[in-house]
Design a protein around this ligand. Structure first.
Ligand SMILES: [Fe+2]
Length: 238
């Protein structure tokens, strides 16, 4: 399994507080069968520059790698660096965005606003795909439905050729389950992430989402999710 969304890097955002916690998170993920974990710290353009963010991320990752345990132990998933890029007005034309893509890919994990979307949000997403030629992955899509009273925009967003990242805990909530059901029934491209932040209330939990989908929609669906993840990362697909 590939975990497409995590805050596993130590001391960089509201995720893992220190290297020890990161190692615990990685250990839990590995025990669930995660082979690769994307480290996607929050990027907020209003209080950070791309350059600063990348430096901070490197520093944090180096600290984690420096833990002897991590270096010597293969009990941890491999880490790929990325970012959870928070939407801002005009992101479609913002400089240096490509540097925030998931390592060695053209895929960007985009967090849309937790407010009613408007046509500018839609246009920015389209611009990222059509003009910047990026693969847009919409982070935890199921969390936004509640904020979209204008369902027209919601529907238009769901029609775009983006990839939908769903958080593994979606099945705990009836409305979120409904969103995911619709996506699956409409054959939309899905990938899963834990969006784990710590080892307490937001632990690595990817397996719970996989198990739920496997029980409810069958093993084929889970394979499809895994294959798409592998494809995005440029891994071999069987
Ligand atoms: Fe997140």
């Amino acid at each position: 399994m590939i975990d497409f969304h995590s805050h596993v890097l130590p001391g960089i955002d509201d995720g893992s507080s220190c290297e020890e916690e990161s190692l615990d998170m990685l250990r839990i993920a590995k025990s669930q069968g995660v082979i690769t974990m994307l480290a996607t710290p929050h990027f907020y353009a209003q209080n950070n520059s791309v350059g600063h963010f990348l430096k901070d991320r490197e520093k944090s990752f180096n600290k984690l790698k420096a833990c002897t345990e991590y270096m010597k132990d293969d009990a941890y998933p491999a880490i790929k660096l990325g970012a959870e890029v928070c939407y801002f007005n005009g992101i479609g034309q913002a400089r240096e965005l490509e540097k925030l893509c998931i390592e060695d890919t053209d895929a960007i994990l985009l967090e849309l606003p937790f407010t009613q979307w408007n046509k500018f949000v839609l246009q920015d997403v389209i611009m990222l795909m059509e003009e910047r030629r990026l693969t847009v992955i919409l982070a935890h899509i199921e969390r936004f439905y509640a904020f979209q009273t204008r369902k027209k925009i919601w529907k238009e967003m769901l029609e775009l050729p983006v990839i939908f990242q769903v958080n593994a805990d979606f099945h705990d909530n009836r409305k979120k389950r409904k969103v995911v059901k619709k996506l699956i029934e409409n054959d939309k491209p899905l990938i899963l992430g834990s969006d784990c932040h710590n080892v307490e209330n937001r632990k690595p939990n990817l397996i719970s989402g996989y198990d739920y989908i496997s029980d409810k929609y069958g093993k084929k669906m889970v394979e499809q999710i895994d294959n798409l993840g592998r494809e995005v990362l440029g891994f071999d697909t069987k």
